[in-house]
Design a protein. Structure first.
Length: 151
């Protein structure tokens, strides 16, 4: 199968290097276009009272700062892999939902993302990779990322 439009979904961790590297290899082999996305969960979902207190006292909101920081991080990551920084997207929302939504919007034919290959309770509860896979509008490549520390 030939992939022409790849969406690589990364989170802000060192593991993103493994995922972007895999997407870049496929793109080079198949002369594909790469778009990238990182999704920030809404702060209000977790810390409603704290969030509103901090938001009121800040010049710029917590979510706005998170988007600015994530955008800079993603741009730097893309530049290191010779991918146009304009191909990066930072979205606030639920990761699996937003990755699938963006894949549809840009007509991606492959989503590349990381997975930890969890076992036991982690497997039972599911993961972002699993949630993206079920309902994805295209093929999904789950890259097993290196483990940090003992499992």
């Amino acid at each position: 199968m030939t992939y022409k439009n790849i969406l690589v979904a990364v989170d802000i961790t060192d593991e993103a290097e493994d995922v972007i590297r895999a997407a870049r290899e496929i793109a080079e082999e198949q002369n594909s276009k790469i778009s990238a996305v990182t999704v920030i969960r809404p702060m209000a979902d977790f810390y409603v009272n704290l969030y509103s207190t901090l938001e009121d006292s800040a010049d710029i909101g917590i979510e706005s700062r998170a988007v600015i920081s994530a955008t800079a991080w993603l741009s730097d990551l893309l530049k290191r892999y010779d991918i146009d920084a304009g191909a990066g997207n930072v979205i606030i929302g639920t990761p699996a939902v937003e990755v699938r939504r963006l894949a549809e919007k840009i007509d991606a034919d492959l989503i590349v993302l990381g997975t930890h290959g969890r076992h036991g309770l982690g497997l039972l509860l599911g993961s972002t990779a699993n949630a993206v896979l079920h309902g994805a509008p295209c093929d999904v490549l789950a890259v097993k990322v290196r483990a940090e520390g003992p499992e």
